[in-house]
Design a protein around this ligand. Structure first.
Ligand code: ATP
Ligand code: MG
Length: 432
């Protein structure tokens, strides 16, 4: 046999046992977004590399070391598999003038690519669902987005997810804070790791985001951006808090929450859980009023978040909130292969009525014994077996045999139904 070809490390197949969970989650998300008036935007998975370099910032983890970038062999274009989709959404919004007549509420979902060390909750191809509100400046939209996420946890039956909040202020405020921060960090050069030293002057704010335990004390004592915010920034932040408070949404203000991308300003937030080990951030976002201009569009305010679908599914699993596997309503037992021309049109008629019917099909030439067919019928989870025996067929009938016990604990009796009156077969066939 030829050598096996396997999937790329950190990139996973989603097999039918779990794809049902994905479809269910996607449906919940779509329904919720519709409720809030958000509409779907689908952008390409491949974008010009410059979009991310300019959009995310050159001195970020993603741009420095996580992007799958390549040169198109045929025309020399510099391309990148999208590591996130906010930059792509803004690019598309500029390209199609999506907010020419006011704001737009959008959502997306799909695969993202980052060359990270694969581990639980961290993959090289992973999936995000994101919501972006473009063209709205007020904290009401920031609050709306946070409330959507809270509604989602509720709809999914998830618990133990807490909200962390911060404000990054405006560029001028960040600059003043930055100078104070560099001054503070420079006094502790001996404690800073190589990465922090490298970023000291290029992106000191990101040093606050470090996961290095040796640097925690220094980072903890660093000047807080919150103390550098001016009146307007504070008003925005307090406006957001007032709306969250009015909804009884609890949150913790985390002054060290800075987020990985350069494009954020004012509100930033993360939803975190302690149940997923060190990959505990399930949803993260914030305001990015500067991004439109940064990638060559007309200035426009915007805010959004993205959630990691793998992490949400893992949390659903650990909290036992995943839906049961889908099962057919009926399983067709067909003793003789020669009956198929008579049987299959009946099954198709049932499907047209909305009944999910799985037909027995054998791996080998023969259909298999009745016993083995019943075993399959039972294993399928169907509530009834339709038995197309040759004798019944000859009389224009099919036996309908309930496979599951009813409330009284006993399986109802088998009945004979006319092939010619499928619509009249009565209750029990169609899932309620
Ligand atoms: P982290 O600090 O965990 O690396 P991040 O700040 O890089 O996260 P974002 O870019 O904000 O993450 O992406 C939003 C969400 O997407 C994250 O909160 C997480 O749930 C998910 N996510 C990010 N990177 C990965 C990955 N490599 N594998 C799986 N999910 C991911
Ligand atoms: Mg990351």
């Amino acid at each position: 046999m030829a050598e096996k070809i396997t999937a790329v490390k950190g990139m996973n197949d989603i097999t039918p046992e779990t794809s049902a969970h994905w479809e269910w989650l996607e449906e919940q998300l779509r329904t919720l977004m519709q409720r809030y008036g958000y509409r779907n935007l689908r952008t390409p998975i491949v974008e010009p590399t410059a979009l991310f370099v300019r959009g995310l910032g050159e001195v970020t983890d993603i741009v420095e070391k996580e992007m799958y970038s390549f040169t198109d062999r045929l025309n020399g274009e510099e391309l990148t598999l999208r590591p996130e989709n906010t930059a792509g959404v803004v690019r598309a919004a500029v390209e199609h003038a999506l907010i020419y007549d006011g704001g737009k509420r959008l959502y997306y979902m799909g695969p993202m690519f980052r060359h990270e060390r694969p581990q639980r909750g961290r993959y090289r191809q992973f999936h995000q669902f994101g919501a972006e509100a473009l063209g709205f400046a007020g904290p009401d939209v920031d609050a709306e987005l946070i409330l959507i996420a809270c509604d989602l946890w509720k709809a999914l039956g998830l618990s133990g997810i807490s909200l962390e909040l911060n404000s990054l202020g405006q560029p001028a405020e960040r600059l003043a804070h930055r100078q104070a921060l560099i001054k503070h960090l420079s006094q502790h050069m001996d404690v800073l790791d190589e990465e922090a030293r490298r970023r000291l002057h290029s992106n000191p704010l990101r040093i606050l985001d470090t996961k290095n335990p040796d640097m925690q004390a220094v980072v903890e004592a660093a000047p807080r951006l919150m103390d550098f915010l001016g009146e307007a920034s504070l008003a925005h932040f307090n406006g957001l808090r007032a709306i969250l408070d009015a909804h009884g949404v609890s949150y913790r203000i985390n002054p060290r929450l800075v987020r990985g991308m350069d494009y954020y300003n004012l509100s930033v937030f993360e939803f975190v859980t302690t149940e997923l080990g060190s990959q505990g951030t399930v949803c993260a976002g914030g305001r990015y009023d500067g991004l439109f201009e940064q990638i060559g569009g007309k200035a426009a305010p915007a805010v959004g978040w993205a959630l990691g679908m793998e992490r949400i599914l893992e949390l659903l699993k650990s909290q036992d909130r995943l839906p049961a596997d889908p099962v057919p309503d009926a399983y067709a037992v067909v003793p003789e292969a020669a009956s198929m021309p008579q049987v299959m049109p009946v099954l198709r008629e049932l499907r047209a009525l909305g009944v999910n019917v799985q037909m027995h099909a054998a791996a080998a030439q023969a259909m298999g014994s009745m016993k083995s067919q019943f075993k399959k019928a039972d294993g399928s989870g169907a509530r009834v077996a339709l038995i197309f025996g040759a004798d019944e067929l000859a009389q224009g009938q099919v036996a309908v045999k309930p496979l599951r016990a009813d409330q009284s604990g006993s399986a109802p009796a088998q009945t004979l139904q006319p092939l010619s009156g499928v619509a009249q077969w009565g209750p029990g066939l169609r899932a309620v």
